[in-house]
Design a protein around this ligand. Structure first.
Ligand code: 9MR
Length: 608
């Protein structure tokens, strides 16, 4: 091992990353650059001011016209800031490469039509997680280029509670214990490890695992499918990877009988922290383990010299761990019963602690790491109760879910801070012991929600299930999380429009957008190349590697329109730049790649 390690270090120091090849100029006809399914939906978008239908042609690799038709004018579209037309060539069903669409002198990039355009994407997007692992060396055998190997970062991530002044000048007292939180995934471009974001990311991957069989592709991530040190252990590779984060989440739980000074007013806007109170903190979960101050780009994980701290426990972090640990308990029951039992014990302990401390909010006032502050933890209670119920079938959790109204309002979107819908998706479609009428109610709510998303594709110029103009930080994940809801709706009643809207979401992410960019590295003709990442930092320092394939950018953030600088006044879908410094639009993160894996695997598994 040490030889491999020093080899990786030497590579890191001596291999100059190849400069990123320039991307070709944008094309006026936008397509999903991963290509189209032979028998699937095929939509391209043309930006053009004309208001009447225009003639389009499709040519094959030899330039021969193989299909033709008329565009469908949409008109002005606020999200893109363009006037657009839709080109629907779904009736053309012949596999091949080098196809192009044309409207007058305008043309698309060349593209492929084949049976499984999204299969490779699911695997390459999943490879992101191995490369985000903390505490283990990233070995050359499991990465696509030798310069992506690196020594282990934070191989012994043991820390005590933050003591000192936060950004608002509050003096935090610290604590008299340490937790060993070694392992897990780094969150994003930074080296923080956050329970809250680990929660939604792990749920997404475990949820995918639980559904693959229902989609007819139980072996999509079977042992050996991913490049992982665990390959050959006889266990599904998706589970091997997810377990890395489950283990981290469990490690952030406070031992029973621990007394801790907490700030009851933390995380409440307009309410400064003026007092601390000592509580029985046993079972609660710390929000994050992270650096005391921000490190620079580039910083290889192994070169991070910052002091790391545990940041205060919160109800939200506790319930994120509870939900995932309960999820773990039912999945690993057959795979590793001892691990499943450990998970269930942690989940129960966490649930009891959250009931004792139901409104311990997260303070976002520390520097060196992200906030993930969340003022409303009702949805985290629903998520945790849903996973606990699905695993144990104990009535107390169902009563809680009823009281919290999951059957009347399961929520509308999934994000790191909104987990009720994630719980509802579990309850609606998995064998959970839920009474039939309740399951039917939930299924109905989910298809109704999906119908609304399909309707939004009709109101969006680029045909995506998101017709708004407020593009939040990480908007690509907002869209892909809607695609998850659509995928589950398809699982419920197989309406083709649901699956088509999932494909539309992926097409948008992969180039069918006004910037004509694939937001996924290594995929398509104009991929993102310069993410905000402390190790994949070739753009900042040629001694560091360029990113691997399969990494999703956070995507357009309409907040950037108000900043002075190149994005000032940008139309929502164009508030993005491929610049490693632009962390509000071009970072990468576990909760963004996870829905990319889910949706790509869904489309691939449900291919005709
Ligand atoms: O994804 C998070 C986004 O919703 C928030 O608006 C933003 C600011 O608080 O933080 C994002 O998460 C970042 C986290 O705080 C630190 N690691 C990188 C994450 C992605 O940018």
């Amino acid at each position: 091992m040490s030889r491999i390690l020093s080899g990786a270090t030497a590579l890191l120091l001596t291999t100059a990353a190849a400069p990123a090849p320039p991307v070709p100029p944008p094309a006026p006809i936008r397509i999903g650059q991963a290509g189209f399914e032979t028998s699937g939906t095929k939509i391209a978008i043309l930006a053009a001011a004309e208001t009447t239908p225009l003639a389009w042609t499709l040519t094959d690799a030899r330039g021969k016209i193989v299909a033709s038709g008329k565009t469908i004018p949409f008109g002005p579209d606020a999200a893109s800031g363009e006037s657009v037309h839709r080109i629907d060539f779904g009736a053309f069903r012949r596999s091949g490469n080098g196809y192009r669409l044309h409207v007058g002198p305008k043309a698309s990039h060349p593209f492929a039509i084949n049976t499984r355009p999204f299969g490779p994407l699911a695997l390459t997007a999943m490879a992101f997680f191995y490369q985000q692992r903390s505490a283990v060396p990233i070995l050359p055998d499991y990465v696509e280029r030798p310069d992506l190997a690196r020594p282990a970062g934070h191989p012994s991530d043991t820390a005590t509670c933050f003591a000192g002044r936060d950004q608002k000048g509050v003096q935090w007292p610290g604590c008299d214990y340490t937790l060993d939180a070694t392992g897990g995934w780094y969150d994003a471009g930074d080296h923080g490890k956050y329970v809250v974001n680990g929660g939604v990311s792990t749920w997404t991957l475990l949820d995918l695992h639980e559904r693959l069989a229902a989609w007819g592709d139980a072996t999509a991530f079977a042992d050996g499918r991913l490049a992982l040190p665990e390959r050959g252990n006889g266990i599904d590779d998706l589970l091997d990877e997810a377990r890395v984060e489950v283990g981290f989440l469990l490690s952030m739980q406070i031992p029973d009988g621990t007394r801790l000074a907490i700030a009851p007013d933390a995380g409440r806007p307009g309410k400064p922290i003026t007092r601390f109170e000592t509580i029985d903190a046993g079972g609660l979960v710390h929000t994050k383990i992270a650096d005391e101050t921000w490190t620079r780009i580039p910083t290889a994980p192994a070169e991070d010299r910052q002091t790391r701290f545990l940041y205060p426990p919160s109800t939200a972090a506790t319930l994120n761990m509870v939900g995932v640990a309960a999820h773990c308990a039912r999945i690993w029951r057959t795979v590793d019963p001892a691990f499943a039992t450990r998970c269930l014990t942690a989940a129960r302990r966490g649930w009891a602690a959250a009931l004792r401390h139901p409104d311990l909010l997260t303070s976002s006032d520390f520097t060196g790491s992200g906030g993930y502050g969340d003022r409303d933890v009702r949805d985290e209670f629903s998520f945790a109760a849903a996973q606990l119920y699905a695993t144990t079938r104990e009535p107390v959790f169902l009563e809680r879910l009823r009281k919290d109204g999951i059957f009347t309002d399961p929520g509308t979107d999934i994000s790191w801070g909104s987990l009720k819908l994630a719980g509802a998706l579990t309850l609606a479609t998995l064998p959970t012991g839920l009474p039939d009428t309740d399951a039917a109610t939930l299924r109905n709510r989910i298809t109704t929600l999906a119908d609304g998303f399909v309707a939004e594709t009709g109101r969006s110029g680029y045909g995506i299930p998101f017709s708004g103009t407020r593009y939040p930080w990480g908007s690509n994940s907002t869209i892909l999380n809607r695609a998850i809801v659509l995928g589950v709706a398809w699982q419920i009643d197989r309406k083709p429009a649901y699956r088509d809207a999932v494909v539309a979401s992926l097409d948008y992410i992969l180039g069918r957008n006004p910037l004509d960019r694939s937001y996924v590295t290594g995929v398509g003709v104009r991929p993102m190349q310069h993410p905000h990442h402390r190790f994949w930092a070739a753009a900042a320092d040629a001694r560091f590697p360029a990113p691997p394939s399969g990494v999703l950018s956070g995507g357009p953030n309409s907040g950037a329109a108000n900043d002075a600088g190149p994005l000032k006044g940008c139309a929502p879908q164009t508030c993005w730049v491929d610049d490693y410094r632009a962390f509000t639009v071009n970072e990468v993160a576990i909760n963004w790649n996870a829905p990319l894996v889910w949706t790509a695997a869904f489309v691939d598994a449900t291919r005709k």
